[in-house]
Each structure stands twice: as C-alpha cells, then as structure tokens.
Design a protein around this ligand. Sequence first.
Ligand code: NAI
Length: 284
Amino acid sequence: MTSSIKVAVIGAGTMGNGIAQTYAANGHNVTLVDMSQEGLDRGLAAIRKSLDRFVKKEKITQEQSDGIMARVAGSTDLPTAVADVDMVVEAVFEREDVKKDVFVQLDKHAPQGAILATNTSSISITAIASATSRPESVVGMHFMNPVPLMKLVELIKGEKTSDEVVARTKEIAEGLGKTVGIAEDYAGFISNRVLMPMINEAAFTLYEGVATRDDIDIIMKLGMNHPMGPLALADFIGLDVCVNILDYMHKQFGDQKFRCAPNMRRMVEAGKLGRKSGEGFYTY
Ligand code: NAI
C-alpha cells in the first residue's frame, strides 16, 4: 500500500464523490471541492449514503465508515483546498473550457510537484495540460462509474506527461485497489473508442429496424456475456454523454465510423437522457 497522501478532488458530482470516497477508504486525506455549496452538500451526502450501504451489507463496520467520513473535508474554495496537496483529481463537467479554467487555477495554487490528474472521459489530456505551465505533471486518470466498485483506472499519458508522473499515478491507483490500463492520448482513449462505436451501432441497428430494443440487448448480453446490453448501458451512462463523446471523436478523427446515430441524438434533443431523466431507450 502507498503511504497516505493529501488529495483534492475538484467536482463533487457522480464521479467526484465516488473518487473522494475511494481515496478516503484507502487511508488518504481528501478535500472534496465544488463550485457550489449545494453541489458539495449533495456530494458529501452521496458518500454517506454509499458508506451506509457498505455497512448494511457488512462489507465495513460503522466505525470504519465513520473513519472514512472523517478523512473527507468539503470546500468551495479551490485555491485554499489545493494549497498543500500531493495530488489533485479533477472531475468537473466534461467541457474543455471548464476544465482548462480549473487547470489554470490549479497551476496557480497547487504546490510544484503535485500530480494534476483529470478524470475526463474523452477530452485531450494534452489540451488540458496546455492550460498550465507544467504539462509534465498533468495526467489522465479515468475512473469508472461507480468508482468504489469498479476495478479499472484507465491511465492516459499526455504528450508531455513525465514517466515519473505516470509511474507514481499508477502506483497510487493500485494502492486504491484498482487495476491500471495505460493509453496514449488520442480521442476516446481505449475505453470509449472501443465502447462507443458498439453502443452507436446498437442504436443504428434499432434505427434501421434490424431488431427490437429487447432483441438487440438480449443478443449482446447473453451472446457476448456482457453484464447488460448496449442500449441499457447507454441509458446507464447517459445518452447525452454518449452523443458528446461520439461527436468529439467524429470531429477529432474525421472518420464516419464515429457519426452519431440519428435516433440517439433525437432522444437527447427531447430530453431523454437515459436513467437520470427517467427515460431513454428504456423507461425507468
Ligand atoms: P456531474 O455533472 O455529476 O458533476 C460535476 C460536478 O462538477 C458538479 O457537482 C459541478 O457543480 C462541479 N463543477 C463544475 N464546474 C466546476 C468548477 N469550475 N469548479 C468546481 N466544481 C465544478 O459529472 P460527472 O458525471 O461526475 O462527470 C465528471 C467528469 O467525470 C467528467 O469529465 C466526465 O466525463 C467524467 N466521467 C464520468 C463518468 C460517468 O459515468 N458519469 C465516467 C467516467 C468519467
């Protein structure tokens, strides 16, 4: 196990609170940061709820749960929160301008030598790093949802990320009980570059009337031994997220194989975003 470090997680949403919980559960001291008090409160409440579930399932004791919670502080003041950390993990909205703004602030306020990681699922690490004066310290650390349960971290090397930062980040991720896969910095990395075309093709298969939703999902689920079918998975990820990632890869590679299925785009335009909005390919 790696020795305890100080971490700031920026963005207390779905991913940020899961990341904060995971670091704290492995003995690290975490400050969870959000731009709004409301977002922060929601993030801290989500951690408490998740820990309660672990206690109920007898995976951890109440005492351990209290110990984990005691290692998570909350803040809406980024400059102070990152002033003495060893590592930052950014998990704000998936928008390049928003992420770059955050990295400009990290560059200003985080100590030299701190690892500046981003949990982006598709944006170029090299582009994000270019907002700082220390691109060698910037690395992609792509956790999977739900973070406390999923075993993978996809680690992405930006154009200028140092070997030392890659090695140290890998070591820290392994200390969190994760297995690490490493990718070079091209749009979608490995996970989404391979996954999204499958989801997209499932949407096209539905669009072109090849099969019903249920037949597509049952064939992929049972035939390929996937835990769920691609359309159910798209609903779980969020259809807006899928469309954004596809559009980004389409733009970056200029390759028609990444063009988004019209039915999926139309659902997003109608506010059908999957599980989180109550309707997507399925109704919840
Ligand atoms: P989310 O929308 O649930 O949470 C984002 C949070 O960031 C919000 O609480 C928001 O208030 C906060 N935020 C936005 N701008 C901020 C700023 N400038 N300073 C501080 N806080 C700010 O988003 P989610 O789903 O947690 O995604 C976060 C990142 O993780 C994105 O880059 C996404 O692509 C990536 N990701 C998401 C996965 C998922 O399944 N949801 C899986 C893997 C990666």
